[in-house]
Unconditional design. Structure first.
Lengths: 370, 391
């Protein structure tokens, strides 16, 4: 029984925090988020130098060969600093190929995802639906030894900068996961302005786009998609926990400094108690998160329930924390100049990402046998 | 990070499982002396006072094994390991930490045998959350203390043989925490009077206790004079660690799910109503969060660090769940929940479940308020962990 980080994980955490504080303080975050693409190639390159994109890719394919607990340690830090980058999207794509790709697919895609020269993402949703195989309508038309896709995937994370899409589609009764390069024929990707400018999303349209048989991930597509979605939920929850913690820190500092009625507002119980609740929510989210991260590799059968509990609980927690963070600041909290509002926006992005609280609580119920 | 048990821990878990299987079998339960047999068997195993020193009859066991024992017992729906609840939960640990050799020899074996009940004399009419303001007075007179004052909300006072009592021995000292002394007092001492208080669920678990010129031998003082606050803090900390509670919550949640499945609401099982499902699932996630928080605290303890204010996290979750689980039972049963006794539902509504959940819906204050109200827990987190200034 050991619910603690290893020495290596502590080092990873420290290095990540220092890098983010030095390279992307909030002034830099704002510059990136206000740029047209919301993407900073130089930053992306520096992250690759640290091995972040390839953290969970095995060493044979140019990665660091680390595990999901390590990735979660890193993502807590990127979430904390609201680091604008397609890191989660790329990690999820890399995980999909690592776990379900053929040898040829791994050889072709993993090294470039790991070194940052490629950006991957999952192109799943087609409308206002929950993230599951059942909501997929895109039909692959058989075309020799492969398929052709026509239709649009929506709300795709980092669609504007991605070079590789993992595209779930239907083929008869089966779900298949196709690997489609952004520059393939008939692919049009378009990024949109988003509420949280640090998290870009967009639509990806396919017009008679060919997916060759050898560009389809191996095995049962439904099972693979379910696993990939659980991993994605864990990744998003990790960034949420980091962001929630920073939100509390900023708000707590403010409560200590701000004087009203002749004393720091943090001395009033009406301010103290919501801050204490934030702490309870964060620590409990973190416990659920790390158990889910541990399950990914050590106890995969327990992952669906663990991931659903973590994402559901953290989604409600971050919603409360995002709002309380602003409210405890008062008017200054919703000025554009003050950083706390960026955390509120992040909480709004995180809520529906890979399933909201309702969706995951419904899963908790089903998986719990009721 | 590793949530797996070691082979030794697994072996111990299997031993506990085999034990409960044997001693809680249907045959064993049919025996009229089932509880007596059970208490004797767990006592012989030295599982009562599992981590207490062996020389006083305890088990001398480790923290991890203790957690496994409690989890397995709770999963199996086992009866408690003794009937002297407060004795086992915090009087015993306080005596182990602060008691004299004579006190340890005198009290610990009796607590382990559940020879009699203990009650706790902390709160007073004017001293609830602000416990350190207590006024119950103890004045030294030769080899005795003379106690005058009143305690309130004293659970089990009517049937307890001993009380662990906080008194004020120094009214002059500037830091009021330093003027408090802990005494162990026999409830049948001349001058002790118990008046039961009925709670809203209709039972009288707690009482007022009055002390008038009660004489207590100095040898029954626990800790030094003026050290009583430290004794209390340590005793409350034992109460707060919370790991053992989680297994109980898991089984309570399981019972609620079963209730929801077998209870018809608007023509279909209550378990198929999305609102009820969501509340059940949220409670499930919080209980699991508590279990994992407990494992994080446990990791700290195993590394030899002391637990401090972070245990208030689970105390807050526990308070929420105490109310929520009771109310969920009401929502599942609807109007059938309102009967305080079973009517065997002639109309098919409620039936065997009628009346069973009244205690759940009304019994929560004992859990929520006992050992520090939720707002006190929030103050603890805000001031001791977040570093916010005191009022």
């Amino acid at each position: 029984m050991n619910f603690g980080l290893t020495e290596e994980q502590e080092v990873l955490k420290t290095v990540a925090r220092r890098f983010i504080e030095e390279q992307t303080p909030m002034t830099a975050v704002r510059e990136i988020m206000e740029s047209p693409t919301g993407f900073d190639e130089k930053l992306w390159g520096a992250m690759a130098d640290l091995g972040w994109q390839g953290l969970i890719v095995d060493e044979a394919h140019g990665g660091a060969g680390l595990g999901w607990v390590d990735l979660v340690v890193l993502l807590e830090e990127t979430g904390r600093g609201l680091l604008p980058s397609p890191l989660i999207s790329t990690a999820v794509a890399a995980a999909a190929i690592s776990e379900f790709g053929t040898d040829a697919q791994k050889k072709r895609y993993l090294p470039s995802l790991a070194d940052g020269s490629a950006i991957g993402t999952l192109a799943l949703l087609e409308g206002n639906t929950s993230p599951g195989a059942e909501s997929i309508g895109l039909e692959g038309k058989a075309d020799g030894a492969g398929y052709r896709l026509s239709g649009t995937k929506r709300f795709v994370h980092d669609a504007g900068v991605a070079t590789l899409f993992v595209v779930p589609f239907r083929a008869g009764g089966d779900i298949k996961l196709g690997l489609v390069e952004a520059n393939a024929e008939g692919v049009t990707a378009r990024g949109f302005a988003t509420m949280d400018q640090t998290k870009r999303m967009g639509d990806v349209a396919f017009d008679n786009t060919r997916v060759a048989e050898d560009a389809i991930l191996a095995g049962d597509g439904s099972a693979a998609l379910a696993r990939i979605l659980d991993l994605a939920a864990v990744a998003v929850t990790a960034e949420m926990v980091g962001a929630m913690e920073r939100d509390l820190e900023i708000t707590n500092e403010y409560a200590k400094d701000r004087i009203q009625f002749g004393r720091p507002i943090g001395q009033y119980q009406a301010v103290k108690h919501p801050l204490a609740e934030m702490y309870v929510d964060i620590e409990t989210s973190r416990s659920l998160l790390y158990f889910a991260a541990w399950c990914t590799q050590e106890e995969p059968a327990s992952l669906p329930l663990a991931a659903a509990r973590a994402k559901a609980y953290a989604s409600e927690a971050f919603t409360r924390i995002g709002i309380d963070g602003i409210q405890l600041h008062g008017a200054i909290g919703f000025t554009a100049e003050y950083d706390i509002q960026l955390y509120l926006k992040r909480s709004k992005w995180a809520l529906p990402a890979f399933g909201d609280a309702d969706y995951h609580y419904a899963r908790v119920a089903s998986l719990g046998g009721y | 990070m590793d949530f797996k048990l070691t082979p030794e821990e697994e072996a111990f878990r299997d031993e506990v499982r085999a034990f409960v299987k044997e001693h809680l079998s249907e045959d064993a339960r049919k025996d009229p002396n089932f509880i007596g047999n059970w208490l004797k068997a767990v006592r012989e195993k030295r599982w009562v006072g599992f981590n207490w020193p062996e020389e006083y009859g305890g088990g001398g066991g480790g923290i991890m094994e203790q957690v496994i024992l409690k989890e397995e017992m709770s999963k199996a729906g086992a009866p408690p390991l003794g009937t002297s609840m407060m004795g086992l939960q915090w009087v015993g640990p306080a005596i182990i930490e602060y008691g004299t050799e004579e006190q340890k020899k005198k009290f610990l074996p009796d607590i382990l045998d559940s020879a009699y009940q203990w009650c706790t004399g902390y709160s007073e009419p004017g001293s609830g959350s602000d416990l350190a303001s207590l006024q119950c007075r103890a004045v030294r007179d030769g080899d005795e203390y003379v106690v005058n004052g009143q305690k309130i909300w004293t659970s089990g006072a009517a049937y307890s043989k001993w009380i662990i009592l906080l008194t004020r021995t120094d009214f002059e000292v500037e830091d009021r925490h330093k003027g408090i002394t802990c005494l162990l007092v026999e409830m049948d001492s001349p001058g002790v009077e118990v008046r039961p208080i009925k709670n809203m669920a209709g039972s009288s678990h707690f009482a007022e206790v009055f002390f008038e010129d009660v004489r207590v031998p100095v040898e029954n003082r626990l800790g030094e004079e003026g050290q009583g606050w430290g004794v209390t803090i340590s005793a409350l900390a034992h109460e707060r660690s919370g790991i053992s509670e989680v297994a109980g919550l898991i089984s309570q949640h399981h019972q609620l799910v079963e209730l929801a499945k077998r209870t018809q609401k608007d023509g279909k099982p209550a378990s198929e109503h999305p609102g009820i499902r969501a509340r059940l699932a949220r409670a499930d996630a919080i209980i699991e969060g508590m279990r994992l928080n407990g494992q994080r605290f446990l990791t700290k303890q195993l590394k030899g660090e002391k637990l401090s204010s972070e245990t208030s996290i689970n105390k807050l979750h526990r308070a929420f769940l105490a109310v929520e689980l009771g109310d969920l039972a009401l929502e599942i049963q609807g109007s059938a929940s309102q009967y305080a006794e079973s009517t065997n539902g002639a109309d098919g509504a409620g039936g065997e479940d009628e009346g069973r959940w009244v205690n759940g819906a009304l019994g929560w204050p004992a859990v929520v308020i006992g050992g520090g109200t939720p707002n006190i827990q929030r103050n603890i987190i805000a001031e001791r962990i977040l570093g916010l200034p005191k009022d």
